[in-house]
Ligand binder design. Structure first.
Ligand code: PGA
Length: 251
């Protein structure tokens, strides 16, 4: 009953020209793969080029962040309205790199999520534990806390536009992937938190992705797990063949 969502997260890679070329290569490889949503979340400066390049294809374009205020004196920030007007449909919120390097907190993740949802964007909200937190035995507590904080004041109707990405921090960009069972378990904690807030029905409909060194080799096994409804993919989303193979695994 849940539809897979395979989303790339380019991070701070690709110029606008590079974006155009990469999407041009990717388009034929994912064409007709309609059993999942295919999304590329790109740097803000690349958005116009990416939207143009993806026209007429099944690739949807996402942003990597959104500010929580509608407008005003927030130098360097980008509002949800700006993203929508530019043709963006998804936005990554609360990625661990933003939490680690840019002062993102559970409160600002929540505010950004609300701003995105109120503007009609689909929010890809990231949660995940560090290795230290895992070793201390806090994974379940932390994932549930981050999930609940992020979704505070979200309405049941808005949950249709919420995707949660479980991304263990120790697995991001490290080449160390969570085992399929660890991914399933982490995603299960996230789903349980959604159930505690919104009930089992909404929890069963909510798309929960896994992210962290997902690639063409391990995607099929990860995606075979009951609680894994897709992937948020960094490194492999910059390689058209690898990304297309992940999309294939979701068919
Ligand atoms: P990775 O990144 O696939 O390169 O580990 C995942 C992410 O940060 O979303």
């Amino acid at each position: 009953m849940r539809r897979y969502v395979i989303a790339g997260n380019w991070k701070m890679n690709m110029t606008p020209k590079g974006a155009e070329a990469l999407i041009g290569e990717m388009k034929p490889l994912v064409e007709g793969k309609n059993n999942c949503d295919v999304v590329l979340c790109v740097p803000a400066i690349d958005i116009p080029a990416a939207v143009e390049a993806a026209k007429g294809s099944n690739i949807k374009i996402g942003a990597e962040n959104v500010h929580f205020k509608a407008s005003g004196a927030y130098t360097g920030e980008i509002s949800a309205e700006m993203l929508v007007e530019a043709g963006v449909e998804y936005v990554v919120i609360g990625h661990s790199e933003r939490r680690q390097y840019f002062g993102e907190t559970d409160q600002t993740v929540n505010l950004r999520t609300l701003a995105a949802l109120n503007a009609g964007l689909k929010a890809i909200v990231c949660v995940g534990e560090t290795l230290e937190q895992r070793e201390l035995g806090y994974t379940e507590t932390l994932l549930k806390y981050q999930t609940k904080m992020a979704l505070t004041n979200v309405t049941p109707e808005q949950m249709n536009n919420v995707i949660i990405a479980y991304e263990p921090v120790w697995a991001i960009g490290t080449g160390v992937t969570a085992t399929a069972d660890q991914a399933d378990e982490g995603n299960g904690y996230v789903r349980a938190a959604v159930a505690e807030m919104f009930g089992a029905d909404i929890a069963n409909k909510t798309v929960v992705q896994y992210g962290g060194s997902m690639n063409d080799k391990n995607a099929a096994e990860l995606l075979s797990k009951e609680n894994v409804d897709g992937g948020l993919i960094g490194g492999a989303s910059l390689k058209p063949a690898a990304f297309a193979a992940i999309v294939d695994a979701a068919q």
